[in-house]
Design a protein around this ligand. Structure first.
Ligand code: HEM
Length: 473
């Protein structure tokens, strides 16, 4: 008897559960998608290799431009319609925080719920204004030169993995620009802590994730203490201090004094920018790989740099960076094919109407940039590497939001200008001194990724380099 009652109760609660979700089912039913089994939904599609770019792309390509997936009881809607993307980035502000994402980014800007995010974004925006960012060009130049020297002894006809060095450069740049410390200080702090030192400070794939979970939080804590003392010494003694106060770390520390942020918030934001900046290293590495496949395009880059610098090896300036039109198009084309953030993902907190569809409250929406950026109707011969797609006249022919590597709207990438400035400067230093002769990749289709918050190349980014001897006198 008891078991019958329990069974009936379970049945009633199940019926109530489904009744409460009837709107979700109704709107989901109107959207196409692959077959979904009870309980597991379409999760069976991802049992093997769900993190692989190629597998996910095949699935997306086999579906209409907007489709649904039931992942267990979760309704996930994917769209590669630019008009939909425009509405989503303008109206959905809660980014989906997976557990893994929070482990890496804590409650920094990237994962923070909307109310915290608004306050934080306002504070952090001050540190990403154009004037401050422009002053970082000589730092990008310096850190790139320092680390790229390592390439000299590796120009021996063998393939080398460039991602490790480029990761170190991005890391050094964040230390010097946003934390206002020499990155060697972090190495020193690491060696002087009692905590276990990671064997490879900046490792290749997942390197940042590893350092963030270990040594970096300890080092950042010490840096914050140091900066607090420094800022109390500075106070009242310099008129030039205004800009210094806007430097990311000082800005965050000042906000703790104003009560807008607590110390763990400062740590979370620092961890977020460290992790986010890995995207620049991956993009730089893929630019080099692409040049290994397209020597004619590499030649065009070198010609552009020659026209700016001649044979001089002087420091890169903001004016120089602003003249690197072709290099910028190469970077954009690389991010089209390989967007470092592969999905924009948001929770749907209110119903959203998209053409004849409704994204019901309680669902999740993904914009798979990797497929949006390869739609053949917007990108003729999508697998051809063609930087001229980004000439103004060609850009004007494409719909708004058909290219979103940095997303759009108020929740777009706060580091977008920082990223472009740093990548252009670093790549200019590279191409002034080296030439990529070939890459281990045989074609663009050969490049595959592990999909996560960031898309990591599945295999290392290996290229053969040659030093350019005659230039740079
Ligand atoms: C190639 C380089 C980069 C790419 C492609 C990229 C891409 C993106 C994208 C697509 C988003 C938004 C995702 C969404 O709308 O849900 C984002 C957010 C963000 N990015 Fe980047 N990013 C890059 C570099 C950087 C750098 C260098 C920094 C910091 C120095 C940075 C810091 C952030 C932060 C803090 C957010 C969260 C912004 C917010 O929610 O208000 N990113 N990035």
């Amino acid at each position: 008897m008891l078991s019958i009652i329990l069974f009936m109760l379970a049945l009633i609660s199940l019926a109530r559960y489904h009744w409460n979700r009837r709107r979700l089912y109704y709107h989901a039913w109107k959207i196409g998608g692959p077959f979904a089994w009870p309980i597991i939904g379409s999760a069976y599609l991802f049992i093997r290799g769900h993190y692989s770019y190629n597998i996910v792309t095949k699935l997306i390509d086999s579906q209409p431009p907007i489709f649904k997936l039931w992942i267990g009881t979760k309704l996930v809607i994917l769209t590669i319609q630019p008009t939909h993307a425009e509405v989503i980035v303008k109206t959905c502000f809660n980014r989906l925080g997976t557990k893994h994402m929070e482990e890496i980014f804590k409650t920094g800007l990237i994962t923070a719920p909307v109310d915290i995010w608004r306050t934080r974004r306002k504070i952090i925006n001050k540190s990403f204004n154009t004037k401050i960012l422009n002053s970082y060009v000589d730092i990008f130049d310096k850190v790139a030169r320092q680390s790229m020297r390592q390439f000299e002894e590796k120009c021996d006809g063998n393939y080398i993995d460039v991602l490790e060095t480029l990761s170190r450069i991005s890391f050094d740049a964040v230390c010097e620009t946003l934390l206002d410390v020499d990155s060697s200080l972090i190495d020193t702090l690491q060696t002087t802590t009692d905590y276990p030192k990671s064997p490879q400070f900046v490792a290749v794939v997942y390197g940042f994730i590893r350092i963030l979970s270990g040594d970096i939080p300890l080092c950042t804590k010490r840096i914050i203490e140091m900066k607090k003392i420094e800022s109390s010494l500075y106070k009242n003694c310099s008129e030039d201090n205004f800009d210094n106060e806007k430097v990311f770390i000082n800005n965050l520390i000042n906000s703790t004094e104003d009560g807008e942020l607590d110390e763990s918030g400062v740590m979370d934001e620092i961890q977020s920018v460290f992790a986010a900046s890995e995207t620049t290293a991956i993009t730089n590495a893929l630019v080099l790989c692409m040049m290994g496949l397209h020597s004619n395009i590499q030649k065009n880059i070198q010609e552009e740099l020659d026209s700016i610098f001649g044979h001089s090896d002087r420091t890169v300036t903001l004016e120089d960076v602003n003249r690197m039109y072709y290099l910028e198009r190469v970077i954009k084309e690389t991010m089209r094919l390989f967007p470092p953030v592969p999905f924009i993902r948001r929770s749907v907190d209110e119903d959203i109407e998209l053409d004849s569809h409704v994204l019901p409250k309680g669902s999740e929406v993904y914009i798979p940039l990797l497929s949006l950026h390869r739609r053949p109707d917007f990108w003729k011969d999508p697998l051809v590497f063609n930087p001229d797609r980004f000439l103004a006249q060609n850009e004007a022919k494409r719909p708004n939001c058909s290219y979103l590597p940095f997303s759009r709207g108020s929740k777009n990438c706060i580091g977008f200008k920082y990223a472009m400035l740093s990548m252009k400067t670093m790549l200019a230093i590279f191409f002034k001194h080296y030439e990529v002769q070939s890459t281990e990749y045989k074609s663009i289709e050969d490049v595959d990724f592990w999909l996560n918050i960031i898309a990591y190349p599945k295999t290392s980014c290996k290229v053969k380099l040659q030093k350019l001897e005659k230039k740079n006198s």
